[in-house]
Write a protein that binds this ligand. Sequence first.
Ligand SMILES: Cc1ncc(COP(=O)(O)O)c(C=O)c1O
Length: 446
Amino acid sequence: MAFEGRISIDDRVEAVKMPENVRIGLMVDEHRKRCGSDGCQFDYSGFAFGQSPFSVPPTLSNALADSVENGQYSSSTGVYELREAIAKFSKRYFDLHIEPESVVVGHGTKGLFFVIFSMIQGGVVIPSPSWVSYVPQLEILGKDYHILHTDPYNDYKVMPDELESFLAGLERNQHLLILNSPNNPTGAVYSRRELERIAEVCRNHNILVLSDEIYALTTFEEGSFTSMYGIFPEGTFATNGLAKSFSAGGYRIGYSLLPQSFTEEITNNFKKLAATVYTNVSTPTQYAAATAFRPHEEMDSYFRVTREIHRIMGIQLSAMFNRIEGLRATCPKGGFYFFVDFNGVKDKLIANGVATSNDLMQDMIKHPHHIALISGDSCLLRPDDFGARIAYVDYDGDAAMKAYQEERPRTPGEEYDFFLRLAPKMVDGVERVRTYLDGLKGKDGE
Ligand SMILES: Cc1ncc(COP(=O)(O)O)c(C=O)c1O
C-alpha cells in the first residue's frame, strides 16, 4: 500500500490534552508575538510555572561533573549507592526506617507515577483540587479514576469521614489514593494526626496510598512535615526527588519508597516494566544524586535558606491576594503554590462573559493583563467553580538568596520589605489581577 501522507495517532493519545503548564507556555509565546506587533511591552506575570527559582546547589552540580565517566548501563531500579543514600536520607530527614531494597529510582517522580499506575490494579482516587499531571497519565493508560472534591473551609484537605463515605460509594476493590503534602496547588501540609486518621480509613477499605512528597523539604516550619510512609508503611508508595528542594527538575531523578508488605513482588514487577521500557535512568546523574543525598552541611544550609525564602514569598503574596476584595487565598505551609477562590466575584465574571475558570485563565493572559496562572478546571475543580493556582516562584532566586544571607529579615516588617524588594514582578502581578477585576463591568453591565 502506498504511503498516504498522514500518520494516524492512537485515539487514546490523541484525546489527551497537552499538560496545562506547557499549554500556558505556548499561549504566552503566542500572545508575546501578537502583542509585540501592537507595540505592547509584553511581560507576563508568571504565576503558572512551578520551577525552583534557585540555582542547582554546587554539591550536586559538581558531583555530576565528576561522574561523567559512568557511562555504563545500570540496574533498572537504580544504582545501589543511590538507593542506599536515599534510605539514609529518609532516616535523617523524615525518620523513616527503610532498606535500600525498598527504594526504586525513576525518571523524576512523574516517570515513577506512570510505572506505578501501570502496575497497580484498580482505580485511582484523586482529591480535587489536584496537581495537573496525574489525570492525563491515567487517561493514556485507560485507568479509572474518581475525583474526591474537598472543601475550601477545610483548607482543601481530605477529611477522613468524607473519604470513608466516598469509598463506601465505590465498588469494593483495591484503589490507590493520591495524597500530596505539601500540596500542589493549595500549599496545605497534613499533620501526623490527620494522616493517622486517613491511614485508618485506607486500612479498612484495602486502599493503597501514593504519597507525593516532592515538596517535603520545602515545608516552612522545620520538623512539621510527616511522611505517610512512617504511618502506613505497608500500603504506601512515598515519592520524592531532586526536582524541588534540590532545584534540579531537569536532572530527572525521582524515587519511590515501596510498600513494605510486598516490596519484593513490586520490585520485580517494577524491574520488569522499567527494563522493558527504558532500561535505566541516566547513570552519571544517579551517581551525582547519590552524592547529594548524603549528609552535607552545604545541603542543610541550602534547604534551610531556600525554605525560608519560599515561606516569605508565599505568605506575603497570598496575603496580598487576600487583600483584593472578593478573593480568598489559602495560606501556604510549604511548596511553591497557593490556591485562590474567585467565587466571591463570580457574578461579575459571568456578567462579563467569563463562564468558567478556564475562561478566566484565558481572559487574564490576554492584552493588556498578561497574567499567567493555572485554572481551577485544570486542577480538577468543577468548571463553574472559579479557582486558580498561583505559583510564587517568579523572582531571581540567586539574588534573593544573596540578600537573605547578607542580612536575614527578622521581623514581619522586614520580611514584607524583603518581598517588595526581591519579588517586584510578583508584586506587579497582584496589581494586575486587581486592575483586571476592577475593570470588569458590574453585574448589570455598568
Ligand atoms: C505535586 C507534584 N508532584 C510531582 C511533580 C513532578 O516532579 P518530577 O520533576 O520529580 O517529575 C511535580 C512537579 O511540578 C509536582 O508539582
